[in-house]
Write a protein that binds this ligand. Sequence first.
Ligand SMILES: [Zn+2]
Length: 172
Amino acid sequence: MTLHLLERDRRGGEALARALDAALVRVGRCGLCRNLSEDAVCPICASERRDRGLLCVVETPADVLAVEQAGGYQGLYYVLLGRLSPLDGIGPSQLPLDALERRIAEEGVKEVIVATPLNVEGEATALYIADALSASTVRVSRIAAGVPHGGELEFTDQVTLGRALEDRRAVR
Ligand SMILES: [Zn+2]
């Protein structure tokens, strides 16, 4: 990208540099969901139109963007900024679960949707969160794993196909 900007689009490079400079100064973290935000409370947390009974737990700010772009989800978020990963030295004490529990209590959350990645670390994180919240009355659900849109069954990996069959839903 740097080579392209230097060779063909120096004005674009200047605009990008200014935008990055401003972002580095202005963008911090939302005090409620920990997502990147220019304000102390991000627009999603501040919105009157979001369903405050639903809280989607994700690993990164990029995951919030992905769920928002998929459309349809109207609840709130909580960004872990990490996942359980013993090999990288990230244990349960590094996950901000106390703050998550406070948020659930303060917002009166009814359901927590754990949308950590569908890999070993993401699944371990989801189990740990479900366990940590087992004493509370909040419902804990996990995003379903499935066959991608337009995907052929014969080319789908065994784990995904197995989960897709387990998580099947009625069509009538
Ligand atoms: Zn927020």
